[in-house]
Design a protein around this ligand. Sequence first.
Ligand code: PLP
Length: 626
Amino acid sequence: MDVEEFRVRGKEMVDYICTYMNTLKTRRVTPSVEPGYLRTALPPEAPLHPEPWEDVMRDVENKIMPGVTHWQHPRFHAYFPAGNGYPSILGDMLSAGIGCIGFSWAASPACTELEIIMLDWMGKAIGLPPAFLALEEGSKGGGVIQGSASECVLVSMLAARAAGIKRLKHQFPTVDEGLLLSKLIAYCSKEAHSGVEKAAMISFVKLRILQPDENGCLRGQTLKEAMEEDEEAGLVPFFVSTTLGTTSCCSFDNLPEIGPIVRKFPSVWLHVDAAYAGNAFICPEHKCHLAGIEYADSFNTNPNKLMLTAFDCSLLWVTNRYLLTSALVVDPLYLQHCYDHTAIDYRHWGIPLSRRFRSLKLWFMLRSYGISGLQKYVRRHCELAKYFEKLVKKDERFEVCNQVKLGLVCFRLVGGPDETSQQIDDLNKKLLTNINASGKLHMVPASVREQFVIRFCVVSQHATREDIEIAWDIITDFATELIEGPDKERDLNEERARKHRAALAHKRSFFVRMVSDPKIYNPAINKTPPPIPTSPGTPPQPAPATPDTPSETESIQLVPSTPKQSSWISWPLAFFFQSVDNDANDLPLRFRHLDTMVRLKSPNHGRRGSTPGASPERRAPSPSAH
Ligand code: PLP
């Protein structure tokens, strides 16, 4: 394709997108295809010779579109919104057109500088304290665009881990970093996104998952008790991840309580994940949720969730950028430049080296809509959720299961007085399955207070009251059919009989999977007690005590005590402890969200000459996991 053909095809592509948006209503919201559908439709190998563009676009319509879930469809009410405001689409187009890779200031100064300014604009609009802003006089803080909220949590945890190890190393200079690492423990609520657990797995640190209150809010006292108990057991708290606007029910952790608790522990990093809700703080009426933010070390939000900006655009701010960059800096000669002591080089702020010019789309959005235009969108989004809540409350067959503060409503059929909670869960699963299978409306489930609920999120940018009413009509029609239909009893029995099969299929089904967060569609995993390392193996010898360096047995216990059954701990080191003690090759290692069989070949058991390694394989969940 040369530049003249690109000029033509580019315009055609914009036309195609406009027609797609205008005719979305005529398509099924979810596709009716089976896994592997595309494999049979496309050739097994890449074409050797160039093909006409018309053929490519014909295949887009005939082969790709039938497998697309239409997130911008007015009947799409799953997950959280996926922004695609037109100015942001143009921003991504320009970014791809310029095609620069802004890993350092010198690699493309405008790319770095616009990002710094956009993060300061957004930080101010949200209401973050000046300590988070890069361009404030004397500030050590600043913001960066990451690819996802999960990455924001991970890099914050990595920075906290590096600071924690550094501090411990200073206290215990003769103790190996590996042992110090095994003492670190992080905290989050059971309502936190599974990305926190994944970050702990990657960072190889323990994570204690705490019980929130009845409104899904993590309270200061719960955190305090856990941290004190762990400290007494010889562990070192280093990171607390809180959430403002949780994935399953949009609950808010209590920062004003948590902040002062965290401050009482030396150098514990407080992170605030506001992936969805944080965008709403551009409205004065939602800024109250930010109370306590002055205690935080880092904060993230995704304008691609509630600020109409095309994915990917996850904003992360820190109050001390030097702690972040010192954890991630590597500086080969070929990346150095003469301004690297005075300019920001974003390659030290995240995992990848290469970075796109993502700030362009945010700039385009902020300028095209203005803060007032974006506030208007957020307000309508919240107002429509309140309207849906009102419709649910008017129908006594249903109940609302969360506090509706932004655009998410969790609801369920209440069931009959004689029905058990399992039967009511089954009834709601059936309702959701029937609705989703129809392709008329798409929603996903969640677990709220151990109950199966249906999440209804206002997603479409241009949603109206009429769209909400249409959605409610579809839901109530299916509910009536389910409750009053002649084959209700037969259906329920069938449902019970198919319990294991259905649960498995349910988990595997793309259409009911919830924002990569398994605990939401599998409530039982939240009840499973933590794995207890059976034996810690042979502890390393303690370093001899000197006047400045107490032996670690004096102040660091080598064997952590058994955690309380009421909270969960991911134990990364259990893997190694078990590998030392168990003679078996196959070790069932339980992570909170999946049963994993780790095939461990110790040097004694492995084939001669083979490298010891571990290959996790997913197993069918045990019946207890349902
Ligand atoms: N944190 C919260 C509160 C979320 O709701 C989500 C996703 O919905 C995430 C993190 C993960 O976001 P991402 O897909 O950007 O990693």
